[in-house]
Design a protein around this ligand. Structure first.
Ligand SMILES: Nc1ncnc2c1ncn2[C@@H]1O[C@H](COP(=O)(O)OP(=O)(O)OP(=O)(O)O)[C@@H](O)[C@H]1O
Ligand SMILES: [Mg+2]
Length: 143
């Protein structure tokens, strides 16, 4: 078992650093290019949601990103202490967004669902949101 955790300010500028850090962490497992892209995409969608929706752009707040590798299974936990999700089922529906006018397609959570093996959303109003994402890396030839 191996684990990393980053806690950083809710600044969009940290998105690149956060997703690349998780990708670097996973490199020891020799992931495919597709897997790296998928992991970075999931981290980015979750992280930007925490900033844009959870904290509504309030930058002096914190988002935590934990990555755990158990054999070839990656578990990601992305957590904020923001406003929480009113209706998780509705939020998870493709194309649903509470900020449709700001060019949000309402696809982030659906993308995470599609790219992960397991995806759980825990959220309560004014307490925050915790996403738990699990993805098992494929076995490579010759390994
Ligand atoms: N961390 C969060 N805190 C509070 N609300 C959230 C959070 N993440 C998602 N939501 C709610 O769930 C909705 C759907 O999220 P999703 O990522 O699917 O779409 P979006 O962020 O609105 O658009 P896109 O991701 O395509 O830019 C958001 O519009 C928001 O209302
Ligand atoms: Mg989103």
């Amino acid at each position: 078992m191996n684990q990393m955790k980053i806690t950083c300010k809710a600044e969009l500028v940290n998105d690149g650093f956060v997703r690349n850090s998780v990708a670097s962490f996973v490199m020891s497992k020799n992931p495919t290019i597709d897997e790296i892209v998928e992991i970075k995409t999931m981290v980015s969608e979750a992280f930007t949601n925490a900033i844009i929706h959870g904290y509504n752009g309030e930058t002096d707040r914190e988002v935590s990103i934990e990555a755990t590798l158990n054999e070839d299974t990656l578990r990601l936990i992305i957590e904020d202490q923001g406003c929480g999700i009113e209706d998780i089922k509705q939020a998870s529906t493709p194309l649903f967004s509470t900020k449709p006018r700001d060019e949000h397609a309402g696809m982030g959570l659906s993308i995470i669902e599609a790219l992960s093996d397991e995806f759980e959303i825990q959220s309560s109003k004014q307490q925050g949101t915790k996403l738990t994402i699990t993805k098992t890396l494929k076995k490579k030839h010759g390994q």
